[in-house]
Every structure is written in structure tokens, then in C-alpha cells.
Design a protein around this ligand. Sequence first.
Ligand code: CDT
Length: 305
Amino acid sequence: MPRHLVVGAAQLGPIARHEPRAEVVTRMIWLLEQAAGRGCSLVVYPELALTTFFPRWFMPDQAEIDTFFETAMPNATTAPLFERAKELGLGLSFGYAEKTVVDGKVHRYNTSIIVDGSGEIVHRYHKIHLPGHHEHEAWRAFQHLEKRYFEPGEAPFAPVEVFDGQIGLAICNDRRWPETYREHALRGTEMVLIGYNTPVHYPPAPEHDHLQCFHNHLSLQAGAYQNGMWVVGVAKAGKEEGCDLIGQSCIVAPTGEIVAQASTLGDELITADCDLDRCAEIRTNIFDFKKHRRPEMYPLLSAKV
Ligand code: CDT
């Protein structure tokens, strides 16, 4: 039996700083219902899907920063999304800012989850590659304070068995790192779900602004092909609080080909019927890791340099 997973990439348009979470959830449910109509089993939303991309502002007051964090998932605001998905028998994946207490210590993560078709959270991932800076840098047109507001995840990339496949997570900046896909692939991941918020303007190197969309697809397509896996990239797009975010949400086959792509910068669903067995086309041929990989020749790859 071929293992087909019909997946929906649910791109979100801009979310205003003071837009209530409940309104965002309503938008997410609208996309979810479209996905059900198109035969999807899994719907993937962006990084930090419930709020505006708040690391663009320096906020000295931790209480204000914490207004963007969730202390439970699901919670009263997201419950309607979980309930509707369960009614429709659909799985979900979305990112959010997570505040959690472990052994009396508070942790804040940039988190993404996978929810199965029965409404259970079956996987939780804490973003490993946190970009940006720690301190307020007034010269920038806007801040990128992920390093200040989150702590990095400490669990390696790994898939979970769900939807009759090996499904994994990564978040935004992770997609630019070849290690993300290779670690996933070595652990058997067949599809990686990657939400992102990527500004067009990159203050430290504005000469690269015109390359943002190119680098997005370059990374997602190379990661898919060089590791023989499906890649689902989902943007928060459009002009958000004066900051332009790229769109280009896409679903990439293990051959590196884009099989579906968003054409707007707003709320938009794209879908693809993904045959998970197609990963073997690459992994038992050109990138047969056991046969052709030479890990003894790459000792620095997992060393601190
Ligand atoms: N959210 C996120 O990781 N965004 C970064 C922006 C560039 S680094 C400041 C990205 O890699 O797309």
C-alpha cells in the first residue's frame, strides 16, 4: 500500500500587534476547513502562528514580553482550533511562544508541535537555531531579539511516527542549515514541517535583501533533494506592522521539485498529495547514506569549531 499523505500548507498573512489571538484562531479554522474540503490529513501553519512576530520589538518589561507567550497548549483560545480539527479528523502543526516551568525554573521556547487526528499533541520541538541578537540595537530598522526572548532547544532533530510516516519539525532559521535536514534524514524523517517569519530586509547585510526569496527556496529545495525528504515550508507573510515578510510557502518533493506554491502574501492554503515512499527514490540511489556516505571524512561536522 503506498503511503500517501495529503498535506496543506496554511500560509498566514500579517498579524497585527494587538490582534486578539481568537481572531487569528478564526483565520486558522477557515484555512483548516478548506483543507478538509481538499482531502488533507495534516495542516501546517507558520512559526509563532498565534501572534505578530514580536521579537522585532525591544521590550524592557518581561511582563509585556510574556503577553506573547502561551503557558498551556491547548488553552482556552486555541481550544476551538483543536476541537474543529478533531471533528474533521485532521492533524495540525503550528508554532507558538511557549513559557513553561520545569523543576521550578521558567523556560521560554520558540516551539512547534504536531497534533494527530484525534487532537493529541504527539510531538513538540524547541527551535535550535535562534537567529538575531541579545541586546537592543537602535541602528536597526527593527529588532530581531530571538536570542534574548527564547532559550535554544536542547533536543536534537528527530521524527515522530504519525500519519503513517516519519514526520519531523524545524523552525524558520533552521531551514538554512544543512545539518537540520541531514540529522533528520539520518534518523529516518520522511517529511519535515517548517514554519517561518522572514523579513525581506536583513539589517546587517541589506545587500542581500533582494535574495531573500531565492535563499528561501534554495534552502528548502536543497534540503529536500540532498536528503530525500518532503519539505513543507509555511510563511507568515505580508506587511506586518510595517515590516515586509516574504511569502513563497511551498511543498517540496524529495527530488527537490516544488509541487505547490503560494501566490499571495495573505492567508492562503496550498496542498499536495505526498507519497512518502518517494523518499526511497533518492535514499536508495544517489544518496544511499549507508553505501556512499563517508562520515569518517567529516569529523568536524559534529565538533565545536
Ligand atoms: N524567524 C526567523 O528565524 N527568521 C530569520 C530571519 C533572518 S535572521 C535575522 C530567518 O532565518 O528567516
